[in-house]
Design a protein around this ligand. Structure first.
Ligand code: GRF
Length: 199
């Protein structure tokens, strides 16, 4: 069974989509841990509600002790490694991971980002796409799951969806549409990794 570690920083609606797909037997995988860098991330509650190990791993103590980001990333990698993950899913994880983390899990870390390759990288991608759509500079945007590399929201694409801009749509309607598609895409992306583990 594919062993997943899901890393979050916020609400965890994508984590919930993975949990639901597994519980409905639409996805043959097991979430062995949920990791958050924020104590208040609602996604930690979602994990606890479903009996999934949750790990709170804040950066602040490292900063307070004058330790580097690389030290944090190296210790984070050790904590994650304990769960023997086959695949690490960044679902709203809002820290940039350095090679001190990524090099420990080559081609095993995937990231969900609500934009097409090379467009709107970084935060607030959905809002920025909405504005560009309203201005008429783009006719469609997208969502991708890609291998995480040190460069933000770059890395080879695992799967992507093209999403048309709808002229009369409000920002909230657009956001809801994007998140609904994210929830499907993240499950489809993970399913691409389950084949070798279908024992
Ligand atoms: C999603 O839009 C994801 O693409 C972005 O952060 C958001 C996380 O949402 N990286 P949630 O915490 O899964 O609800």
């Amino acid at each position: 069974m594919l062993r997943l570690v899901v890393m979050i920083s916020g609400s965890g609606s994508n984590l919930q989509a993975i949990i639901d797909a597994i519980e409905k037997k639409h996805l043959k995988a097991k979430i062995v841990a949920v990791v958050s860098n924020r104590r208040k991330a609602y996604g930690l509650e979602r994990a606890q509600k479903h009996g999934i190990d949750s790990v709170y791993f804040p950066l602040k103590p490292y900063k307070d002790e004058g330790k580097s980001r690389e030290e944090y990333d190296a210790d984070l990698a050790q904590a994650v490694e304990l769960y023997r993950p086959d695949l690490i899913v960044l679902a709203g994880w809002m820290h940039i991971l350095s090679p001190a983390f990524l090099d420990k899990f080559p081609k095993q870390v995937i990231n969900l980002h609500p934009a097409l390759p090379g467009e709107f990288d970084g935060t607030n991608a959905i809002e920025r796409a909405f504005i560009a759509g309203q201005e008429g500079t783009i006719k469609y945007t997208g969502i991708m799951v890609h291998y995480a590399i040190p460069e933000v929201d770059a890395g080879d694409v695992v799967i992507q969806a093209h999403i048309p801009i709808l002229p009369k749509e409000t920002l909230d309607q657009f956001k809801n549409r994007m998140h609904r598609i994210e929830h499907r895409l993240i499950v489809q992306a993970i399913a691409l990794f389950t084949e070798p583990y279908l024992t």
